[in-house]
Each structure stands twice: as structure tokens, then as C-alpha cells.
Design a protein around this ligand. Sequence first.
Ligand code: GTP
Ligand code: MG
Length: 406
Amino acid sequence: MKPSHKSYEVDPLLPKMAEKRYPPLNSSFPFVTSYQTDNSILPKASKNIEKALKGGKLLELAYEFKETVATLSQTPVNISVTGDSGNGISSFINALRLIGHEEGDSAPTGVVRTTQTRAEYSSSHFPKVVLWDLPGLGATAQTVENYVKEMKFRVCDLFIIVASEQFSSNHVKLAKVIQGMGKRFYIVWTKLDRDLSTSVLSELLLLQNIRENVGENLQKAGVNEPPIFLVSNLDPLLHDFPKLRETLYKDLSNIRCGEALTILYGTCEKIVDDKMASWKERIANGNLKDSLGVRNDDDMGECLKAYRLVLGVDDDALQQVAQSMGTVVIAYKANMKSQNLDTLRREDWKLRLMTYAVTDCLLTFLPCLRGCFRRMRHERMLLLVVQDTKAILKKILEDAIIPPQI
Ligand SMILES: Nc1nc2c(ncn2[C@@H]2O[C@H](COP(=O)(O)OP(=O)(O)OP(=O)(O)O)[C@@H](O)[C@H]2O)c(=O)[nH]1
Ligand SMILES: [Mg+2]
């Protein structure tokens, strides 16, 4: 038997759990900002993005986002796999790497205590990721504080807490300490094959019970629920393994790119806001025909096209961007209020009110209000196109991080 140290009260796994419902799996953790990515590329990227956006060149902007993501994707990420000794930590690393425990560079596993010091592994399935195989916390008499220091938790970006048979006080301690550091972690419950072959419960109920038990124990210690995956290391493609890999890919992107791209998006928002301010001035000055390049500045359909063009979100630009991002243009236009004047009026009651034919009629009798009304209409329309532009920029950024699948 491997030693374990208990100080938290932990619920036993199976009793009285069937009647409770477990919340669905979180697809990823709430984004935390404490990751230190290599931001040295930001000044150049910011400059290029500024140039592209000021010139209304959406395609260039998309290209710059993709380049930035490609560079950031090379950032090394450290993942520590921890847990109680004997829970299947080393076996899980092998399963994640899709290699058998008999292969040369596999992590050693065994029924007796095997992993004595932290050891690093890599995998072609997760380039530039170091997987740290740690000795279990329960293996020695050391405190969790000493363990955290010795295992260099500070330099790790993501943690996987492996548990099996029971979710112990050590698992809770590890989760609490990692949450305290503001870092992400998952719970991976291994040896599911054994649970399934020995339990009298149906598979559905058993899985639900395990999740509930883990969730309750964490909740009692004030730990927010992380993603929980139930797997068997003997079947690295079954159970929650596919979901785990998918979540891991997404979180790796967030860790590497999240902070930098949030900064770049902030730059974009500022440029779009500056553009809006300068167009509002022109609207106030009333010289729209020339600056917008329209024949009639009361023709709101024509003006809408012109505003979309100056903000760089005209149909041609969106088509080119969609193509370069490997998706269809509707992916960018679907949520756009300003697709055309009809959609805009349908989606925005204020603009609808301002563009009623009867309003125009009334204004012919009140010419003094005409200029003021035109300004309001244009400002409203500009604002709506700006909102759409920001949403599109955000989507391009998201698609640069995780390419869309069609
Ligand atoms: N049936 C079954 N056995 C497993 C599974 N995962 C690990 N084992 C077995 O459990 C034992 C311990 O596995 P390890 O991967 O060495 O566990 P560890 O947590 O790394 O243990 P230490 O390195 O000793 O701290 C080994 O005999 C494994 O073959 C699993 O998913 N299913
Ligand atoms: Mg081990």
C-alpha cells in the first residue's frame, strides 16, 4: 500500500450519490491572465496591425494575426502531471503520448512506487510541450508546500491532477494550491476500466457518481470546478480521452496566445474607436458627400455601404478574409446587423424609427430639423457598423487561434 496523508474530510466515492445531478463538463477553464507569454513580438505586430486597420485592409490584418499566432505557437509550455502515488500518473503520460509502457522512451510504471524524481517527456502530438511526470504527493511524508516547491509548480503553466479509486485529501490539497496560484488544472480520473468491471452500477450512473464525488470534494474546499475527465490508461482513445485532448489543444492556444492577442485586440478596438470619432466629426461638419464618396447623403443604403468600406468590412473584404481563414463568408456575416439597410433596420429599432418614410415626410415641413436628424441617423448607422467591425475583428482573431472547421 502506498502511503497517503489526509487532513481534509473527503466523502467516500460511492454512497448516496445517485440522486444528485452533475453539471456538464466544462470545455475549458475560465481564462486567467497570469501566464507569461513571450510578448517581444508585440510591438512589431501592433504596428503592422495598426497600419492595416487604419488603411481598412482587413486581409492584411488577418494575415498579421495568423503570423503572430504562428510565432506564439512556438512558445514552450510546461504541463505537470501530479496526484497520489500509484494513481496512474506515469501511465497517463504514456497514454496521452499514445505510446505503450514497454516502448523505449515511455515513462516507467509499476505496482510498487516507481517515479522517484520529476522527469520530462515530449510528444509529437503536442509540439513544444513538456510533460512532467511527478512522483505522487502521497509517496513521502513531505508537506504540500515542500512538494510544490520541489516539483517547481511556479514554472508550470498547466496541471493535470490524476486520481483513481478515491479522490483523496491530497488531490484536494493539490487543487487548492494550484487554484491559489491562479493556474489552470484538470482532474483526470484513471483506471475507469477497473471501476466499470467491478461496479454494480450502470455505466452512466457510475460516471455520474465519480464526477459528483470529485466535484463535491472540491467544492467543500472552496475550489472552483475544473474540467474533469474519466479515462482508462489502457484505452487512450476511449472514454473522455478525445475530449481531454481537444480541451488541452484549446488551452495550449490560450496559454500561448491569449494574453498577447488580448493586447492586440485592444489595439484594434482603439483604432476603430478613433476612426469612429473622426467620422463623427465629419458627420457633425456635414460634408459627408465628399468624404464618404456618396452621391446622396440621405440615401442610407448607399451611405451604409460607404461606412462599411471605410471601416474595412465591405463584402469583398469579408469574402477575402473568409477565404484566407479557410472558412465561408457567412461565418463572418451571419451575426452582422449591417449586412444591408434592411437587416440593419430590422435589428435596430432606433434606426428603424429614424428611417421611416413618414419621418422624411414630416421633415419636409420642418427643414430646420433636417440637418440635425440627418446627423443622428448617420451617427447611429456609424455606431452599428463599428459594433459589427469589432465583432468581426474578434472573430478573425479567434479563427487565427483555432482555425474554423467547415
Ligand atoms: N487497469 C488499469 N491499470 C492502470 C491504469 N493506469 C495505471 N494502471 C496501473 O496502475 C499501476 C500504477 O501505475 P503508474 O502509472 O506507475 O502510477 P504512478 O502514479 O505513476 O505511480 P508512482 O510512479 O509509483 O508514484 C501500474 O501497475 C499500472 O499498470 C488504468 O487506467 N487501468
Ligand atoms: Mg509514476
